[in-house]
Write a protein that binds this ligand. Sequence first.
Ligand SMILES: Cc1ncc(COP(=O)(O)O)c(C=O)c1O
Length: 357
Amino acid sequence: MRDDLAAELTDLGPLAARVPEALRATAAYHVPQPPRIVAKLDANELPYPLPAELRAQLGAALAEVALERYPDPRAQRLRAIVAGSLEIDGERLVFGNGSDELIAMLCNAFPGPILYPTPTFVYYRLAAVARGLPMVEVPLGPRFELDEPAVIAAIEAQRPSIVFLALPNNPTGTLWRTAFACELAARFRDTVIVADEAYVAYSGVTSLPALAAHPNLVVLRTLSKIGLAGLRVGFTISTRAVAHVLEKVRPPYNLSALDQRAAEVALTELAGWCAARAADVVAERARLAAALAAHGMEVFASEANLLLVRVADAPALWSRLAAAGIVVRMFDRGALTNCLRITVGTPAETALLLAAL
Ligand SMILES: Cc1ncc(COP(=O)(O)O)c(C=O)c1O
């Protein structure tokens, strides 16, 4: 960034004292983009665009939406569809503008220390910082495995109000023992244990059946990773009581009418296509992992639609790939020194990536 621009962005003048120290020290979410992109492998999106006939179907449905009206604040039709597909009571669902918003709502409804392992999804930290909540960070092991005794010790010492576990984890792709979330829920009944299942389509593993036994367990889902990141729709599944509390902090019209209608179509007419493409990505993940390892990279085991790799010089490789129009995510700090996160793309994108390597 240019020095004068950096100064303009950071010089708040007398307002600086009004911004909490932790927020001032935090960088805004920023993803560098090369000018020309031929393969976008940086955001864990589904690489396949909707086929033309499904787009037409979606377009026809959206054309019917009454934009002069506020959206249904309860998203009743979408609620019925999700409840039906998960075979649960719809009152146990809370919808969010992406799961990011639900993470923020959880922090609003259950303010207190927020615990998460590191490295993990950055928004757990950002949501805590934005609310001035203490953060309890528990480092992962050398292969990004969860240090279960350290998590338990940290909970006992800090009594967090929420524990966020991304199952599988981003940016590492690691799938930790899901039974551990239940064990925590049983042991620490005054703590909300969040099983963030953003990548469930790629792991096939869910904590949903455990909800019945654990009233403080919350499952978090999103449509973003199965081809609909542009929509911004996520939901929590919890007890009705937890859902009731979350409803109090939910902005009433957080899901636009277009989002609701599109999500309804996505979860009915498009669901088969989304599931088939997710299966394609799982197959491609194995192929890509083997190819990257053959290139001498250290490839970490992943149950998500991404592969974390460690290379000799991540900034240099990032720049080389960017010059070829291939954008991946660079992490080059702390435990992620010299790591790149590569979203699993189409076979054609894999070919471009391997050619650039
Ligand atoms: C673990 C995890 N949770 C939640 C999200 C946020 O997803 P959404 O697009 O629904 O806000 C992401 C996005 O990358 C993620 O990796």
